[in-house]
Design a protein around this ligand. Structure first.
Ligand code: SAM
Length: 204
C-alpha cells in the first residue's frame, strides 16, 4: 500500500490512473523473486490442496490471481477499474481465468458459486463490510473458504480494518476463523513494516 491509494483524504483513489504504476510496489507486482516466493508460499498454505474455483475480488492487476492460477486453481477476478482489469487479463492471458469489471461488494457473477473468496487490501475500503461479507458468504459453496488479507496502515491517521474487528464480523458466518499475522514477515513486503498486516482464513 502507498499513500496514493489511501482513502484518508476522504476521496476514493483513481484506480484507473494508478493502474499503470501499481505493480511497481514490491507487494503489488511481486516482481522480486523473494517477495514472489513469499506470497506464493502463503497463498499455497491458505488455498485448498485440490484445484478449486477462486473468486479474487478487487483483483487489481491480478498478481494474486496469477499465483493462484499457477497453483492449479481456476480464477475469476472482479475489479471496478477497467484499467486494472485490462492489466489482469494481459497478466493471465492463456490461463484458466476470467476477469470482470464490476463492484466487489456485489460481484457480477450471476448464479456461479466458488470454493474460495480471496480479497487483498480491498474490504477495508468498502462501505458496511459486515453486509459485504454476508453477501460474499452466499457466493461460497458449502465448505468454502474466505481468504482475506487486510491491515491497518499509517500511524498518525491510521486507515484499515483491524484483525480483531474483521474476526468479529466473520465469526457469525464461519465455522472456523484463523488469523495469521503478516507484518513480521519482511519477505512479503520487500522490507520492514511497522503497521498491522494479517491474513484471516475462515472456513464456512
Ligand atoms: C490496493 S488495490 C489491491 C489489488 C489486489 N487485490 C492486490 O492485492 O494486488 C485495491 C483494488 O481494489 C479495487 N477496488 C476498490 N474498490 C472496489 C470496488 N468497490 N469494487 C471493485 N474493485 C474495487 C481497485 O480498483 C484496486 O484495483
Amino acid at each position: 500500500m502507498t499513500n496514493g491509494e489511501r482513502a484518508d483524504t476522504g476521496t476514493e483513489p483513481d484506480w484507473d490512473a494508478l493502474a499503470p504504476a501499481f505493480d511497481d510496489e514490491p507487494d503489488h507486482g511481486l516482481r522480486d523473486p523473494g517477495v514472489r516466493r513469499a506470497w506464493a508460499a502463503r497463498l499455497r498454505s491458505w488455498l485448498p490442496d485440490r484445484p478449486c474455483d477462486v473468486l479474487d475480488l478487487g483483483c487489481g492487476t491480478g498478481s494474486l490471481s496469477l499465483l493462484a492460477a499457477e497453483q492449479g486453481h481456476r480464477v475469476t477476478g472482479v475489479d471496478r477499474s477497467a484499467a486494472m482489469v485490462a492489466l489482469a487479463r494481459a497478466k493471465l492471458a492463456g490461463r484458466d481465468a476470467a476477469f470482470l469489471v464490476g463492484d466487489a461488494a456485489l460481484p457480477p457473477v450471476g448464479e456461479e458459486r466458488f470454493d474460495v473468496v480471496l480479497v487483498r487490501h480491498v474490504l477495508w475500503t468498502l462501505p458496511d463490510p459486515g453486509r459485504v461479507l454476508r453477501h460474499w458468504r452466499g457466493l461460497l459453496r458449502p465448505g468454502g473458504r474466505f481468504v482475506l488479507v487486510e491491515g491497518v496502515w499509517g500511524t498518525l491517521a491510521p486507515v484499515g480494518l483491524p484483525a480483531a474487528r474483521l474476526g468479529e464480523l466473520l465469526r457469525p458466518l464461519a465455522a472456523q476463523v484463523r488469523v495469521e499475522p503478516l507484518a513480521q514477515d519482511t519477505a512479503l513486503w520487500g522490507g520492514a513494516v511497522d503497521d498491522e498486516r494479517y491474513a484471516l482464513v475462515a472456513d464456512v
